[in-house]
Design a protein around this ligand. Sequence first.
Ligand code: ZN
Ligand code: CU
Length: 483
Amino acid sequence: MALRCDLILRDVTVFDGTGASRFIADVGVTGDRITAVGDLGAATADREIIGTGRAVAPGFIDAHTHDDRAVLCGPACMTCKISQGVTTVVVGNCGVSLSPARFKAMPPPPLDLIGAEGWWRFGDFSEYADALKRQGSEVNTYALIGHQTMRVEAMDGDVLRPAKDGEIEHMHRRLKQALAEGASGFSTGLYYPPNMHATTEEVMAVAQALRPTGGLYSTHMRDEGDQICASIEETAKIGKRVGVQVHISHHKCSLPENWGRSTQTLPLIEAIAASQPMAFDMYPYPAGSTVLMPDRLRDDMRVIVTWSVPHPEMAGKDLKEIARGWNTDIKSAAKQLLPAGQITFQMDEEDVRRIMAHPLSMIGSDGIPHDAFPHPRLWGTFPRVLGYYARGLGLFSMETAVHKMTGRVAETYGMVDRGTIRVGGFADLVLFDPATVIDRATFETPTVMSEGIEEVWANGAVTFAKGAATGAKPGRLVTRNRA
Ligand code: ZN
Ligand code: CU
């Protein structure tokens, strides 16, 4: 009897996510799985798409996001990602996760990036997982548990000091419980005030909770500037001592005096990775974005304001111009804007390219979904890597580009049956035009949808088609190494 599928993509160019050369084939989907790849001439399906001249890849996995709340607030919040072909997001990065914590008052920055008032209501990770299950989501969610979130809870907001033994014990217990309830790892944001007073010993003590489940340790390191190499060493030490896999978030060489130092950091990471599991993600832009921190501003880097509570009208404006208009310097202007967010042009494009091209890299947007005037990485990251860096500049092949946003990510994070196109894998797929796919979001107009992404499926259901979200919410919680 002839094979029957729900969907067949015919005569389509397959980028299978492993980095292997593209090939032309038919791809069949039944239910939530890929059920056939090859010549399906004799097979029939409820829906058939002639994919001639177009490409199919595993749905992109955003290796670094702050979508903890966005995954729960509907298409309005996730169109930025599904319109890029994203089908899975890693949440809880930089030490900031929406659970497990119940806060009555707004927690300190940078926690306010993801949780507006009323959102800090998931006292246990299981409540967050339940909400995902009940409401559904456009994308699959893979969750890390943030050190900053647990610290604010354990230390009752008094976070500008190292934690005491009882507080460390509290965080350890919370992390252990969250991992048992479906979380996949632990993240720190040692650069940020609520986390910077944590000693290496404190991080290791909390991270011990990862050992029974083999969870992963991910970090926005203490210093991405002058002390970048020491920070990489600290990360490696934590991984080695605890005996877990480590992941460096948004690897960069920050501040003009450190530009070019990726020629030091990449060999260092490579040497460490030879003896213990270490990987990193990065976003394809020479500017970063986070909460506005007046004390860390400098005159030699351009800053754009992304949001401001007292001055919402300043979102999208250059901080220097705001300061000039207010007849003051940038630090005092920044203080008047707080709480607020910033984009900072802190990197060198050559470092960005060297880091992106490195075999250990993977792509993570680090987009901040609730900003009034967000960094363009929120809407443009994946098409930009494909269209600008791979097709346009030839920094690497399109096969490599796809691998860095699919198979490599799934393998590193332990996402079972995702990230490659093969029979038996989940039908997370993106159909795109490899000749035209490109980002359109810029620093001037940051919320413009990318071009060339035609249709997107998560677990076999269409989430994005004809330039719009379908409203389908087939996304699931994905737990490390768990089928
Ligand atoms: Zn970060
Ligand atoms: Cu981040």
